[in-house]
Design a binder for this molecule. Structure first.
Ligand SMILES: NC(=O)c1ccc[n+]([C@@H]2O[C@H](COP(=O)([O-])OP(=O)(O)OC[C@H]3O[C@@H](n4cnc5c(N)ncnc54)[C@H](OP(=O)(O)O)[C@@H]3O)[C@@H](O)[C@H]2O)c1
Length: 287
């Protein structure tokens, strides 16, 4: 059985990786502030700012899936030095350790590494992030590529799914607003390529077992702005659209927000040979 470490198993994506894990793995998962209530995994507390301590006392792994990060864009912007420590420096140290023990390293990066001007980005285009979060993730990618020859950098698009455990997702936020008859402000001028979190988790597991090395974009099939995404969700719920508020993205932005970070997944389609669900189908499945 393969010994696998998932950092940040207590997070949104970590919970999905746990839920959709294959049977033949021995799983260790890390949490920081929120110990998850999940079975079939050895849980370890990890503080990314003290990654050296963790590395020094940890067993070796065949594969490391590195999810843990400061993934809140506002927090990264407010505390850039901390964001570099968590997202870039800790990632580099983990990747270095992984390279020494010859384990495969799978890093979850983001569409926010792109500037967001042209959209439809492919893996061979040069990213140019405009906010702290994007910069720390891109710097981590570059450091991994320099030190690890068996690494997969998965640039994830916006993942859609209900939060598992005590995690709260965009879909939960949306449904909560709706249930309480609150306005749902959504940007009409920010474009993403949302992907189902179930599909994303299963694709990440595929990269655990296949031979692919390098950067891959993991997206849904269609690009869409957040406001139109809201309309689609309401269509499926057969709900009134009067609470949906069309918002321009520069209003009250606490960090620079890229406009169009849509990515294409041509590499993913070739490597995995799977058919990605269209947006309407997976929205129906997750609601
Ligand atoms: N969700 C998306 O749509 C999306 C899209 C693109 C890329 N990504 C990337 O995917 C990865 C996972 O995202 P997510 O949505 O699951 O994020 P999340 O829900 O915010 O989870 C973040 C995880 O990191 C852990 N963590 C935070 N600070 C830590 C610290 N100082 N030391 C150790 N662990 C710490 C958290 O632990 P506790 O909760 O226990 O404190 C949690 O397990 C991230 O690298 C993110 O950049 C996500």
């Amino acid at each position: 059985m393969k010994k696998i470490l998932i950092t940040g198993i207590s997070g949104f994506i970590g919970h999905y990786l746990h839920k959709y894990r294959p049977n033949d793995v021995l799983l260790t998962g890390t949490y920081f502030l929120n110990k998850p209530e999940i079975n079939g995994v050895d849980l370890v507390k990890l503080d990314l700012t003290k990654i050296d301590e963790f590395i020094n006392k940890s067993a070796k792994f065949d594969i490391i899936i590195h999810c843990a990060a400061e993934a809140n864009l506002g927090e990264c912007e407010k505390h850039p030095d901390e964001a570099i420590v968590l997202n870039t420096q800790a990632t580099e140290k983990l990747a270095q350790w992984s390279a020494i023990q010859k384990s495969k390293f799978i890093f979850l990066s983001t569409d926010i590494v792109f500037e967001g001007v042209k959209g439809d980005y492919s893996e061979n285009e040069t990213p140019d992030p405009i906010n702290v979060y994007g910069k720390t993730k891109l710097e981590a990618e570059e450091r991994i590529i320099n030190i690890h020859d068996n690494a997969v950098i998965v640039r994830l698009a916006l993942c859609l799914g209900k939060g598992l455990g005590n995690t709260i997702s965009f879909i939960d936020w949306f449904e909560n607003k709706l249930e309480n008859n609150n306005e749902i402000p959504l940007y009409f001028d920010e474009i993403r390529t949302p992907v189902s979190t179930i599909f994303a988790a299963s694709a990440i597991w595929d990269f655990v077992s296949n031979d692919f090395i390098g950067i891959v974009h993991l997206t849904g099939k269609e690009k869409i702005n957040r406001y139109d995404l809201g309309l689609k969700i309401l269509d499926h719920l057969k709900s009134d659209k009067k609470f949906l508020l069309k918002k321009k993205s520069s209003q009250n932005a606490v960090y620079p927000r890229p406009k169009d970070v849509s990515m294409n997944s041509n590499v993913l389609d070739k490597v995995l040979n799977t058919t990605r669900e269209d947006l309407s189908t997976f929205i129906k499945n997750i609601l």
